[in-house]
Design a protein around this ligand. Structure first.
Ligand SMILES: C[S@@+](CC[C@H](N)C(=O)[O-])C[C@H]1O[C@@H](n2cnc3c(N)ncnc32)[C@H](O)[C@@H]1O
Length: 276
């Protein structure tokens, strides 16, 4: 996928799905927000950038924690997701700002951030070295980088359950390719290390992070019919076939259902580095 395809996706079906499911996705991903808020609080940056901030939850939470003396900025390519982020900021009287631009190429003011964070927003660049070079130029000397990315699809069976269950019904569903821009692009630790090293970051540290995530069982069907490649592939199926695929996919999630809750372990990397 090229960056214009990513731009289309996040301004189209994926962006819309994230807007419609904002509360649910923020609930599922809340543990990662907490980790980044703690990482930011430990460094107390005056100027913080959240890359691929989406609907703004992490940017807003960090702004809340750091208080009025910090300037928090979220950057994202998705117009609908940023519209929601901006509305949320207005609603809670946050000073967080949101910029619609491609983090890979945006002309940031050099050395204008003391910390750069991201919750699952850095795996979509078509040239990751160029993107992390651009982010490093935006970072002040000594600024820290703290990003969370997914490990492999194999280590995240919850994330691929829907497409595995739907595959027999949808032979044309595009298969995920390792290393292509997308959710699992940073699965390979040595590749991520090389990207950061080539883009000039120092003190690179990449550690496994396994976090239990939950969602209410009552929200499972909404989740699987809105998020991920299978959800995109089943859009447009005729009503009866759609219902049959959804029911098969929902049943495939049974191993993750525990009473009224759905639980899974998110297998991630927590990546940190410094701009020396
Ligand atoms: C998986 S979502 C995560 C959103 C948000 N960080 C969160 O955790 O709720 C990935 C985000 O990265 C954004 N994104 C993808 N490519 C980007 C790029 N080149 N520049 C800026 N944002 C990008 C998407 O629009 C999307 O909002």
């Amino acid at each position: 996928m090229t960056s214009s395809e990513q731009e289309q996706l996040w301004n189209g079906s994926s962006g819309q799905a994230w807007v419609e499911s904002q509360e649910l996705l923020d609930h599922v991903l809340a543990p990662f927000e907490t980790l980044l808020v703690e990482a930011a609080a430990a460094r107390s940056p005056r100027r913080l950038l959240d890359v691929g901030c989406g609907t703004g939850s992490t940017t807003l939470a960090i702004a809340r924690r750091l208080g009025a003396s910090a300037r928090c900025t979220g950057i994202d390519i998705s117009q609908p997701m940023l519209a929601l982020a901006t509305a949320r900021a207005e609603r809670e009287g946050s000073s967080a700002e949101f910029v619609r631009a491609d983090a890979q190429t945006h002309a940031f003011e050099p050395a204008s951030f003391d910390m750069i964070v991201s919750r699952f927003g850095t795996m979509f660049f078509d040239d990751s070295v160029r993107a992390f070079e651009n982010l490093r130029r935006a970072a002040a000397k000594g600024a820290g980088l703290a990003v969370i990315v997914w490990r492999s699809a194999a280590e995240n069976p919850f994330m691929t359950t829907a497409e595995r269950a739907a595959a027999p019904f949808l032979p044309d569903m595009p298969a995920r390719r390792p290393d292509e821009p997308g959710q699992f692009a940073f699965a390979d630790r040595s590749r991520v290390y090389a990207i950061l090293e080539k883009s000039g970051w120092s003190d690179i540290d990449i550690r496994p992070l396994d976090v239990e995530c939950t969602l209410p069982r009552a929200e499972l069907t909404t989740y699987l019919s809105k998020v991920g490649p299978a959800s995109r592939a089943i859009q447009g199926l005729d009503e009866r076939f759609h219902a049959r695929v959804i029911e098969t996919v929902r049943a495939a999630f049974d191993p993750f259902v525990h009473g009224t809750e759905v639980r899974f372990v998110a297998a991630c990397w927590t990546v940190s580095a410094r701009n020396d």
